[in-house]
Write a protein of this length. Structure first.
Length: 185
């Protein structure tokens, strides 16, 4: 027996009231399906538009700057393990980010081999930056040390013990625009 035959039979048995209930059930199911499909279409559209508008490779975090724009230097506990135990350095390299240009003020640094401190001054209020140093000419090399990603304004120090060679540094939050080379002789 087909559905049409069942519908006719149900209508004959239940009379006029049965047809009303049957129609109501079909209409209710169709309306529910339309609502679900509409919600899925809106969710898919929202995902597509957000991806197209945000080319940044990092997630956005809600960040509240410290009151009064105070700066801080990370404590020894915040010093990366790669730099723990690095000897005190008389070779201090200054690096700054300011003006929200998403660039370091220098893309080339030089230092003699041995203990080196990179003092990073993030002057970009409300913007997350760090300094990450790698062996070689790009971020594919071995990591030799990094500061924490922190919102500016903040001053951070990265203490390293470097051998002669070429090192690459970048901001992990903005690796395509904030980068440079450190030459150690």
């Amino acid at each position: 027996m087909t559905s049409r035959d069942e519908l006719t039979r149900t209508t004959r048995v239940q009379g006029r009231a049965g047809r009303g209930r049957l129609r109501t059930g079909i209409v209710t199911r169709a309306a529910a399906a339309a609502v679900v499909l509409g919600a899925l279409a809106m969710a898919a559209a929202a995902c597509d538009s957000q991806t197209a508008q945000d080319p940044t490779p990092v997630k956005t975090f809600k960040i509240t700057p410290a009151p009064g724009g105070a700066t801080s230097v990370p404590s020894a506990a915040a010093t990366p393990t790669a730099t723990a135990g690095a000897p005190a350095s008389s070779n201090v390299l200054e690096l700054t980010a300011s003006g929200q240009t998403l660039k370091f003020d220098k893309d080339k640094l030089a230092a003699p081999a041995g203990p080196v401190t990179i003092r990073f001054d993030n002057r970009d209020a409300g913007v997350v930056h760090n300094v990450h140093v790698f062996k070689g000419t790009d971020a594919k090399g071995e990591s030799v040390g990094q500061t924490d990603l922190e919102v500016g304004p903040v001053t951070q120090e990265l203490k390293l013990d470097l051998q002669p060679g070429t090192y690459y540094y970048q901001c992990d939050a903005h690796p395509t625009t904030m980068k440079g080379t450190l030459t150690v002789s």
